[in-house]
Design a protein around this ligand. Sequence first.
Ligand code: ZN
Ligand code: ZN
Length: 359
Amino acid sequence: MTETRCKKLLDAGQRMAFDSALITSPVNMRYFSGFTGDSGCLLITKNARILYTDFRYTIQAKEQTEGKFIIRDFKKYNMPLWQIVSEELEKQGCRYCGYEDNTMTVAEFTDYSRIKCPLGSASALISSIRCIKSQDEIDKIIKAQSIAETAFNQVIEMMCPGMTEKEVAIELDYFMKKAGAEEPSFDTIIASGPNGALCHAIPSDRCLTKGDLVVMDFGARYMGYCSDMTRTVAIGEPSAELMKIYKIVREAQALTLHAVKPGITGAQLDAIARECITARGYGDCFGHSLGHGFGLEVHEAPSASKTSTTVLRPGMTVTVEPGIYVEGLGGVRIEDCVIVTEKGHFNPVTTTKDLIIIE
Ligand code: ZN
Ligand code: ZN
């Protein structure tokens, strides 16, 4: 599996004249080698797959990699990592090496730019490979989503007026882990009442109160892969205005979700939701993008924003998460995380979008 990915990278890289790639971010080291540690780097050349890490990780690296990976303890060399990489590239006769321009720090770049072999930006190329998921990756995403929903169903049963946002978030995280998650795929958002207007609210000590809408945005990570969903639930009967907002978001979400299929661009999808919400008078209250791809990272390519020219293709993932946020009143967001298929999309989220009212 990882060998196929390395080959794909070299094949695609060839079109940009790359004959090698230097992988430095932990997430891409994992993608191309299977290694989940965060020390060192991975060098992919025509003839070799060399994973440089340190003594703490060498056993783990051997266990996690398959095929032709060579594991080397870079601390044994008594020279900086960039120099080790430089000599290896020279030894292998490499002439142009792709590097991760999107994630490398200035300090790392200062070091690596001393490599004799010229370096070229390869982050966009890597993300174009990663954004098409294999069936194995899709299966892990589906499992992650099912874990998140198992937890959501348990937490809904416990929620009641008087419980704090923090308590709800802790229970949700606990049930996700208990159901098999490695960790939440991002910091769980529980935003009740007026806090719902903060799109990325941090769970607070505020108690759930009758009349609140509660935005619940959460996901599970399973074997590295992330899910991401949002449901907005009510504590008792919400006001007429909140009910109206909920209906608009639900309509915009359904309309946009229906349009997710190969051939449509991220910007076109964003526009469907935005036009629907704007036509109903709340355009200014939908200030974020429609959605994003997800996989090993909770936010990855493709984006579904006003400016996204990416054309959706089978195997891509995208979230559909329109929202309306009114300062002082509250917010509503509904989010599904879906996988683009040949004919349309597959939605692994099964939770109802009818407003759940907790008494
Ligand atoms: Zn989310
Ligand atoms: Zn999201």
